[in-house]
Design a protein around this ligand. Structure first.
Ligand SMILES: CC(C)(COP(=O)(O)OP(=O)(O)OC[C@H]1O[C@@H](n2cnc3c(N)ncnc32)[C@H](O)[C@@H]1OP(=O)(O)O)[C@@H](O)C(=O)NCCC(=O)NCCS
Length: 330
């Protein structure tokens, strides 16, 4: 048994105020509220204010998580920021956030695993704590997907929203009953072009002559991603439970990545879970990529749906393809 273990001591989230409803999309593309609700489960999503950066959303979520942990920013020794929409290409969103928070005793870096970035951040943070390298880590999932969404493409634009979530991980004695008990992360680069942004990187950089390149927005082969997502999330959930030595029946709440209600329903069925053990808030936020799991975790916690001692299974899937799951006892 490890001498030390990573325990979640604070949870926070933030969603920007501006709401974009399904009927707003009826004015932009050929779609309907009915199609969006039945095919995706989404009714509305949040959109950040002009000029705000992803680090601003993360900052709000982080303040709440730190307050609940009873810590000050200077207490942190590491910041792991999961995002596909950093404020700038350089420096990392984590460094921008560090400055905003005044967390100057921490090292800060971004974690890139698309919608699974928060789970990858938890796995990384938990491993650093178990190795004895850090003791108080802020793990964030935050996104401004509205900035990489093509509002002319009906097959993707209705899906995405902005938001942020954060947790504080702290080092505790290995014999403690709570903490991260099992975690698994996986990737398969063979499917990297099923969900990607073709332009804007080193292969097709943005230049004055291609600023209107549609490849600067997210592109997705929705149907194929859908099938892979169900299979991968199911196996990651089972593996995290096995590693934690917790039977799936003993999980109090599953918090899946909120990408599509039909993916969540398929996962629920495959894992043979009762519906009331699966948390869903996609109707309010859409797919917020790496923010979706911590945003849902905070909602579940703040509403009393989960409490200290509960086994919570978080599972996510996204571009890469990258996926993973974490079993934590709160
Ligand atoms: C994107 C997604 C909602 C599309 O749902 P779907 O049932 O697979 O729908 P399809 O792509 O097969 O499209 C069915 C039809 O609806 C149309 N359609 C797509 N978007 C539409 C919209 N917003 N409004 C109305 N019609 C739409 C398509 O053009 C297609 O029309 P056609 O049959 O005339 O060609 C679904 O595939 C999905 O959620 N995929 C996974 C998303 C995901 O998980 N992404 C991130 C992982 S992190």
């Amino acid at each position: 048994m490890n001498n030390v273990k990573a325990v979640i001591t604070g949870i926070g989230s933030y969603a920007p105020e501006r709401v974009m409803s399904n009927s707003d999309f009826e004015k932009l593309v050929d779609t309907s509220d009915e199609w969006i609700r039945t095919r995706t489960g989404i009714s509305e999503r949040r959109i950040k204010a002009d000029g705000a950066g992803t680090s601003d959303l993360a900052h709000e979520a982080s303040k709440k998580a730190l307050k609940r942990a009873g810590l000050e920013p200077e207490d942190l020794d590491l910041i792991l920021f999961g995002t596909v929409t950093p404020d700038y290409q350089v420096p990392s969103a984590a460094c921008i956030l560090q400055e905003k928070m005044g967390a100057f005793n921490a090292a800060a870096m971004d974690v890139g695993a698309a919608c699974a970035s928060f789970i990858f951040g938890l796995a990384t943070g938990s491993a650093y704590i178990s190795a004895g390298l850090y003791e108080r880590i802020l793990v964030i999932g935050a996104e401004s997907l509205s900035t990489i969404t093509d509002y002319k493409d009906r097959s993707t634009c209705v899906l995405f929203g902005d938001g942020a979530g954060a947790v504080v991980l702290e080092s505790r004695n290995g014999s403690t009953k709570e903490g991260i008990l099992g975690t698994v992360i996986r990737t398969d680069g063979r499917h990297s072009k099923l969900l990607w942004i073709p332009a804007g990187g080193s292969v097709r950089p943005v230049r004055p002559d291609n600023v209107n390149d549609p490849g600067l927005f997210l592109e997705m082969a929705g149907n194929e991603v859908f099938k892979l997502a169900v299979r991968a999330m199911c196996s990651a959930a089972e593996e995290a439970c096995r590693r934690a030595d917790v039977a799936i029946e003993d999980v109090d709440l599953v918090i899946p990545h909120q990408a599509n209600i039909r993916i969540i329903n398929a996962l629920t069925k495959r894992l043979n879970l009762p519906e009331d053990k699966v948390f869903i808030n996609i109707e309010k936020y859409g797919n917020t990529s790496s923010a979706s799991v911590p945003l849902a975790l905070d909602e579940a916690y703040s509403s009393g749906r989960i409490k200290a001692g509960d086994n919570v299974l978080m599972v996510a899937f996204g571009g890469g393809m990258a996926w993973g799951a974490t079993l934590v006892r709160l």
